[in-house]
Design a protein around this ligand. Structure first.
Ligand code: UDP
Length: 249
């Protein structure tokens, strides 16, 4: 994958790379053997709506090396608008596959985010899936601003090659944005609630629901109080903007 290639597919004012998951994984392998630091962004419908009013989050996404769509509705819209994206690329899949690449190539990972209990289970699961994996360190995602420097130092001193950050949107993005140059890693990616899923605390939607763009509904059933209002707003906004964009085209 050519990193110099600009992001081309514009969907509701967000530029995506028209790449497959395989492209991203190949590129990640290359990055892990380079001295550079890059980050991947996986944009779902909620994030796509949030960047319309969050300038800081928008800048973070615009500055990423790779931006992919983590949601079937974005793929459908890309097709309707004549800028098709090849496929949905969920952050959790990238996490699990990049972890396998790390295990196979002796690269190390650092886990940042969620509670210590979730983190311990996530670590156990990743090691069960990849016995050769080296986890350079881990820290929970519940800390005050004045502890940020300590977290950053722990990550850098661990010597990790890859950093997975799962502290929810937009906290995880702000963390990477503010500290990217100090982390000492080659590759980082923000993963939302992925540690909850990997650890088995929450369940992932079955494939058919993911393919029908219903992953949000499955999450809503599990956490109706926390996610109800969020999805009511972002899904409606997405639908209205999609219809407008379609007719404008
Ligand atoms: N989290 C965290 N620090 C915080 C708030 C949340 O580490 O200050 C964790 C939380 O434990 C969960 C994940 O971040 O594991 C966020 O999950 P959520 O489902 O909110 O992700 P999103 O919907 O934003 O992708």
């Amino acid at each position: 994958m050519d990193l110099k290639k600009p992001k081309t597919q514009n969907i509701l004012n967000c530029s995506f790379n028209a790449v497959t998951e395989q492209n991203v994984l190949q590129w990640s392998e290359g990055i892990l053997n380079s001295p550079d630091t890059h980050y991947i962004v996986t944009v779902n419908v909620a994030i796509l709506m949030m960047i319309r009013s969050d300038e800081r989050l928008k800048r973070f996404i615009e500055s990423s090396t790779v931006t992919v769509a983590d949601g079937q509705p974005i793929i459908w819209l890309s097709r309707l608008l004549g800028n098709p994206l090849p496929e949905r690329i969920p952050g959790i899949d990238l996490c699990q596959k990049i972890t396998k690449i790390a295990a196979d190539s002796g690269k190390t990972v650092y886990l940042l985010g969620a509670t210590n209990a979730v983190l311990n289970k996530t670590e156990r699961q990743l090691l069960a899936d990849n016995p050769a994996l080296i986890i350079a360190g881990k820290s929970d995602g519940y800390f005050d601003d004045h502890e940020t420097e300590n977290r950053v130092n722990r990550i850098r001193n661990s010597g990790a090659d890859i950093l997975f950050v799962a502290m929810g949107v937009p906290r995880q993005e702000y963390f990477i944005q503010e500290n990217l140059d100090k982390l000492g890693v080659n590759l980082t990616i923000a993963l939302g609630g992925s540690f909850d899923v990997i650890s088995g605390i929450t369940k992932r939607a079955p494939n058919w629901m993911q393919n029908y763009g219903l992953e949000w509904f499955f999450r809503l059933l599990q956490e109706p109080r926390r996610l109800g209002k969020r999805y009511a707003i972002t899904n409606t906004q997405f639908l209205v903007l999609s219809i407008k964009a379609f007719f404008k085209k």
